[in-house]
Write a protein that binds this ligand. Structure first.
Ligand SMILES: [Zn+2]
Length: 463
């Protein structure tokens, strides 16, 4: 898709009015969208976590709107980011795991974001914004369709397990400085909290060297095999100790990321018109540590896999905490509204100010999860949340309904005791999912570069 290359400031310079009343004050705000990969909201200080994992983000929260109950549209990186970039749910944009593809021999089939999608970068670029992205992980590499619209898309991976936060901040800061006073759209993906949990010194203090053992495949196998019949509090001591070490490594990665996030936020504020910049910080999915017999993400729709942080610093709005549930694809329309842009055509997309709190989430089966964790994961899942109730539907025919207020750990399935509630939620879910005309070609498959395959293998996504 096309990219706008005549920036606002350059246009003003051509007209000879830069800095004048005619142009300077009317420049639209720059937009920075930052994703904290794999970061659970409940592991951040501003969301009430006991460990001091996020001093920089906590400081940012003091001047931001913090959404206390934010949900991703899926439980892994690509579909969630595609929703952020397009305002669409995964069943419409189609960028997610698929049963087979050219990379099937490597255990990884995936459909890219289609070229027909209209992205934030395209819309903002066409409006005169400079557009650039710095990406930390392999699931957002350009062959997955998410680079469309960006003038500059920095997705090189200096190491197979992703780009470190220090480098991400260095590259993003250089871009901010290069833009000067021109309105820009910058997307930044910090990847460090994704497994393997190997925080660099000095953030690794106190962790045994053998602790940082990737996705925890052995743990998942033991959990699924029913070694321990119940959740974390009742796990065998050895399993509980292993999980707690995993969590310590994960938290240390968040702390390391937060340090460099703080440096980036300082650079953005110090840039021309920095105080007028719209800054959105959110997550793409969570991470499970033994809840529902699982470690990792991308294979469940329980709360630990889909709750994310969402904080927005609006140029003209003070701090606030919003408790009603919101979903991350509405960030798309929120950004467009903030910079006073509209979607082309007659497409209506809702922003975060809408009061309808219905949340719809989807994750499709992936060859990698089936191969890594077993046939239990050979199913697609959908969920609908209508507070306080949540329904999860599986292609195996299994239905679950939970009251999240009374049962936040999702342990008591209400389908038998609440048949009318179950039927109502199921009807609403099917109405919403069937009402999403797909943008994608069913047969479309991403062809991954060899180094992307190597990186996904290093992260445990493929054998
Ligand atoms: Zn992710």
């Amino acid at each position: 898709m096309s990219v706008g290359t005549v920036g606002w400031a350059r246009l003003c310079l051509l007209l000879g009015v830069l800095g004048s009343q005619a142009c300077g004050p009317s420049l639209p705000p720059s937009v920075v969208l930052i994703t904290l990969d794999t970061t659970r909201a409940d592991h951040l200080g501003c969301y009430g976590y006991a460990r001091a994992t996020s001093p920089s983000l906590d400081l940012f929260a003091e001047a931001a709107v913090l959404y206390e109950n934010a949900y991703a549209t899926s439980s892994w990186t690509l579909p969630s980011h595609a929703s952020l970039f397009t305002g669409l749910l995964p069943m419409q944009h189609g960028a997610q795991s698929v049963p087979e593809g050219p990379n099937r021999s490597l255990g990884y089939g995936v459909r890219p974001l289609p070229e027909s999608a209209t992205t934030l970068a395209e819309l903002l670029g066409d409006a005169g914004y400079r557009t650039a992205a710095v990406v930390g992980g392999p699931a957002l590499r350009r062959e997955l369709g998410v680079a469309q619209g960006f003038e500059s898309y920095k997705d090189e991976l200096p190491q197979l397990t992703g780009k470190r936060a220090q480098q991400v901040t260095k590259e993003a800061t250089a871009l901010v400085k290069s833009f000067g006073p021109e309105p820009y759209f910058l997307f930044v993906n910090f990847f460090d909290p994704h497994a393997p949990y190997r925080p660099p010194p000095p953030f690794d203090g106190g962790l045994p060297p053998s602790a940082n053992n990737g996705l925890g495949k052995a743990l998942v196998e033991q959990l699924i095999a029913g070694v321990s019949p119940r959740l974390t509090s009742e796990l065998e001591p050895s399993l509980r100790a292993a999980l707690s070490t995993l969590v310590a490594g994960y938290d240390a990665e968040i702390t390391y990321m937060d340090h460099h996030l703080g440096r980036l936020l300082q650079a953005i504020s110090a840039a021309p018109r920095g105080d007028r910049t719209l800054i959105i910080i959110t997550g793409d999915h969570g991470e499970s540590f033994g809840e529902h017999y699982f470690v990792s993400h991308g294979a469940h729709l329980y709360e630990h896999n889909v709750r994310v942080p969402l904080l927005i610093r609006y140029p003209d709005r003070g701090p606030e905490r919003v408790s009603r549930p919101v979903q991350n694809h509405r960030v798309f329309a929120t950004i467009l509204a903030a910079v006073e842009l509209t979607m082309p055509g007659d497409i209506t997309l809702h922003d975060l100010s809408e009061t309808d709190g219905t949340i719809v989430i989807q994750v499709q089966r992936s060859d990698s999860n089936i191969r890594l964790f077993g046939p239990f994961f050979d199913r697609d899942l959908w969920a609908i949340l209508d507070p306080p109730y949540k329904l999860i539907k599986s292609t195996t025919g299994k239905l679950e309904v939970f009251d999240l207020k009374a049962d936040p750990s999702e342990l008591r399935n209400l389908t038998a005791s609440e048949p009318d509630l179950t039927a109502n939620l199921l009807t609403r879910l099917e109405t919403i999912t069937l009402g999403q005309p797909p943008l994608f070609d069913e047969k479309s498959r991403a062809v991954l570069r060899s180094e992307t395959e190597d990186a996904l293998r290093a992260l445990g996504y493929i054998d």
